[in-house]
Design a protein around this ligand. Sequence first.
Ligand code: GAR
Length: 204
Amino acid sequence: MVKTKIAVLVSGGGTNLQALLDAQESGLLDAGEIVLVISSNASAYALERAEKAGVPGLVYSRKDLGNQEAFEAAISRALEEYGIELIILAGFMSILSGDFTRQWPRRILNVHPSLIPAFCGKGFYGLKVHEAALAYGVKLTGATVHFVNEVPDGGEILLQRAVEVQPGDTPELLQRRVMEQAEWLLLPRAAQMISEEIGKGKET
Ligand code: GAR
């Protein structure tokens, strides 16, 4: 089967990108191939991870490009140039407009570090999500992989996994546990599932 061409969009450390690259290396993600990494931030460590894995990395900053439209137009051009079929948001901290997401129905995945619909939507990203979970006092949190539509964190849920909050947790400790026990497992699994689905669609 021809591999589904994947672009991973990042903004920071890129541990979820790393989990995808590792899954590709170990054969867990064999229906798709990561052919492009796009970062919204020039100093993202994720770009080094891409380089080490031999995957081209591009940087597009909304601020430098002037506005959302120009930012998304630049991303769209790159996606087209690389023949991308599946977009994975892996710690991508920019919200994409409805104009953009409507062009990619069931073709954009996002990983979010909570059990949606808890602690999600505008303003809930990165450590803030874990701060909110601890402030609320939940005993279970987790991660969600979902399709992306025009509603922030509002698209159809694909996979979820629960993770226990431990006494004495800090946002950083909880973030790490959610990544280790949920995000780094779910995201490669979802990437494989949807890559397979796209591959099968091309055969018929
Ligand atoms: C991850 O925990 C991811 O779920 C979260 O940011 C972190 C990025 O880490 N994403 C969001 O909060 C999106 N709403 P990484 O750069 O090491 O993958």
